[in-house]
Design a protein around this ligand. Structure first.
Ligand code: ADP
Length: 284
């Protein structure tokens, strides 16, 4: 199927007497990971709610999976989407597995073994009979991520996905997003923390004043760089989105860094601009 799996055209929404989204446009293709950052109250959750069909826009058009999202009996509430919006709500007197079995019973597209596999993937023990009420916040988040992904949706919407996750959980999430994007899922991540989503997204937008502005329109690439001098390391600090020293090459210190450059020559120029001499630069 061609064309974006998520499309918002001129979408506006007023809540509590004020304009939250204002003629907002967004298109996300299959296999794309799009990040949306913005301050608290900027409307990020509202945007996801519109895409999930949990709220309806006042004007404009929204399509998910190439069908128009519309209210009412003859309307369309997006199917084949995975959603984790705000803190996941579960029936807290039941176990994690019981909750997921109940939710899977709505669409009946997966069975018990699919659920237990996905729970284990996110580091949850399917045999844990503990009520969700006793779960830590991190375990609830893992359960929410399991719920959002277990039916292999074509569109995945995640609100603050790293909330309460420990480092191991963040790593599993990163790997999962990479795998499912490669399968052609359109993913929208929303966060108030730039670092959280920066490394995972092909494109990043800022939601401000009800509309989106581009922060970054392509995925940062990873580079392996060898410098002439260790002393230059502090000068490359803020040139890269992230970087880490990986060792000592014959000529000097070697590190991996991510940044927007598409050619080695561009990165070489950027380093020269800081009077830093690179011995080798290659795509990692
Ligand atoms: P974010 O997710 O970026 O923190 P939200 O989308 O939750 O922002 O909220 C955007 C704005 O809409 C906020 O000012 C919030 O107070 C307001 N808002 C959200 N839901 C409602 C509602 N049901 N009624 C009135 N105002 C709301």
């Amino acid at each position: 199927m061609n064309g974006p799996l998520i499309k918002m055209v001129g979408s506006s929404k007023r809540l509590g007497g004020r304009s939250v989204l204002n003629h907002l446009d967004l298109a996300v293709e299959a296999g794309e990971v799009v990040g949306i950052i913005g301050a608290n109250g900027s409307g990020k959750t509202t945007l996801l709610r519109l895409l999930a069909g949990l709220l309806y826009a006042d004007s404009g058009e929204i399509q998910v999976n190439q069908r128009r999202v519309a209210p009412g009996v003859i309307g369309y509430m997006p199917a084949e989407i995975g959603v984790l919006i705000e803190s996941p709500s579960f029936r807290t007197q039941f176990s994690g597995l019981q909750n997921l079995l109940f939710l899977a019973g709505i669409r009946r597209v997966i069975g018990r073994s699919d659920i237990t596999r996905q729970m284990a993937h996110f580091g949850l023990d399917p045999n844990n009979r503990q009520a969700v009420r006793k779960y830590s916040l991190g375990m609830r988040q893992r359960l929410g991520l399991t719920q959002a992904t277990m039916e292999s949706p074509r569109v995945l919407l995640l609100d603050e996905p790293t909330n309460s996750l420990d480092q191991a959980g963040v790593q599993v999430l990163a790997k999962t997003l990479e795998t499912i994007a490669a399968r052609g899922v359109a993913i929208v991540l929303v966060s108030h923390i730039m670092d959280d989503i920066n490394a995972w997204c092909d494109r990043v937008f800022r939601l401000e004043g009800g509309t989106l502005t581009v922060v970054r329109s392509q995925r940062p690439r990873q580079w392996r760089v060898v410098l002439r001098r260790w002393d230059d390391i502090p000068r490359v600090n803020d040139l890269f989105l992230s970087w880490q020293v990986v060792g000592q090459a014959a000529e000097g210190p070697a590190f991996l860094g991510t940044g927007p450059w598409t050619e080695a020559a561009e990165l070489m120029e950027a380093l020269k601009g800081r009077a830093v001499e690179a011995v080798a630069i290659e795509r990692a």
